[in-house]
Design a binder for this molecule. Structure first.
Ligand SMILES: *[C@@H]1O[C@H](CO)[C@@H](O)[C@H](O)[C@H]1NC(C)=O
Ligand SMILES: *[C@@H]1O[C@H](CO)[C@@H](O)[C@H](O)[C@H]1NC(C)=O
Ligand SMILES: *[C@@H]1O[C@H](CO)[C@@H](O)[C@H](O)[C@H]1NC(C)=O
Ligand SMILES: CC(=O)N[C@H]1CO[C@H](CO)[C@@H](O)[C@@H]1O
Length: 271
């Protein structure tokens, strides 16, 4: 894709259970006028992925050639601290730069039945970039609340648009998780409602077909990037994939294709 030309540096950061891949995509003209520079920013965030799971950090049988390529062409960090080890607090901290006890998103995570969310007085990266002319989007897992009237969804925090499931997929019954004949995770949470897929503040698919979701997230992100690159609009993409969160699974193209079982398949699809 033409976007590759805009990749100047890739930064890989890791933590015990999350991996952040931050790519600063500099728009043409960046070098000439650094004071007015508005670099494109993409944060990829993956759950349940230890740094030791990636071959660029030495895993002997993982297959993630694209992530490895980013690492080889960019900066590979060997030290990183996450503000928390579970989803909601770590995500609140990532977006606001505030420690979990300060945002109040701590110590647990939101559930489909939760009524709260990230306090509206917190400022996210998207809200800071918006007034600078950025197009902003989140694709994937939000996990900072929904609210009875959708008041805690990302579009209330500086994101122009949202496409994704607002919490973890193990919080919904796995009605359509896996393929016929595959083992289904035996503790899918049947107390909860089935996973909703939101566009902005509206549910447009429920239950979500998880087996095709990763591909749809990726198409959504590519379209957003291509659209803004074409119009010369600086952009911020928060790409928050549901891979490699427990229970792991992969779409048909990646299922049973790696040497690491279901986790490896899931990682290959993320890659
Ligand atoms: C938002 O309000 C709460 C409650 O008053 C407060 O504890 C928190 O520090 C505020 N956050 C910011 C960023 O000011
Ligand atoms: C949504 O609910 C919150 C909390 O109950 C309330 O403060 C807010 O005004 C509501 N927003 C709309 C648009 O109804
Ligand atoms: C979501 O919001 C974005 C930005 O406002 C808008 O372009 C898009 O059409 C919206 N999508 C839907 C389905 O409303
Ligand atoms: C033939 C085979 O190896 N099938 C496996 C494919 O992967 C699923 C899990 O994703 C296993 O349950 C199958 O046994």
């Amino acid at each position: 894709m033409k976007m590759a030309e805009h990749f100047e540096r890739g930064y890989l950061l890791f933590a015990h259970v999350v991996v952040l891949i931050t790519l600063f995509l500099f728009s043409p003209g960046f070098c000439e006028s650094p004071s007015s520079a508005r670099p494109n920013i993409l944060i990829a965030f993956a759950d349940d992925l230890g740094y030791g799971d990636l071959s660029c950090y030495g895993h002997p049988t993982s297959e993630s050639p694209n992530i490895d390529k980013l690492a080889a062409e960019g900066l590979l960090f060997t030290q990183f601290y996450s503000a928390n080890s579970v989803c909601s607090p770590s995500r609140a901290a990532l977006l606001t730069a505030r420690l979990p006890p300060r945002t109040g998103i701590w110590p647990g995570v939101f559930w489909p039945s939760s009524i709260g969310g990230l306090p509206h007085n917190e400022t996210t990266i998207a809200a800071l970039l918006k007034p600078l002319g950025y197009a902003t989007t989140i694709i994937g897992k939000w996990h900072l609340g929904v609210g009875k009237n959708q008041t805690y969804l990302p579009t209330n925090y500086g994101f122009d648009s949202y496409y994704g499931i607002p919490y973890s997929h193990d919080m919904c019954p796995c009605l359509k998780c896996f393929y016929p004949g595959d083992a289904c995770w035996d503790k899918c949470n049947t107390r909860s409602t089935s996973c909703p897929l939101y566009r902005n503040e509206t549910i447009f698919e429920q239950p979500v077909d998880l087996t095709t979701l990763s591909k749809r997230y990726s198409i959504e992100a590519r379209n957003f990037i291509a659209r803004n690159a074409k119009s010369g609009t600086p952009f911020f993409v928060y790409y928050s994939t549901q891979h490699t969160h427990h229970p792991q699974f992969a779409s048909k193209d990646f299922r049973n294709t790696t040497h690491r079982g279901t986790f490896g398949d899931s990682l290959a699809e993320l890659d």
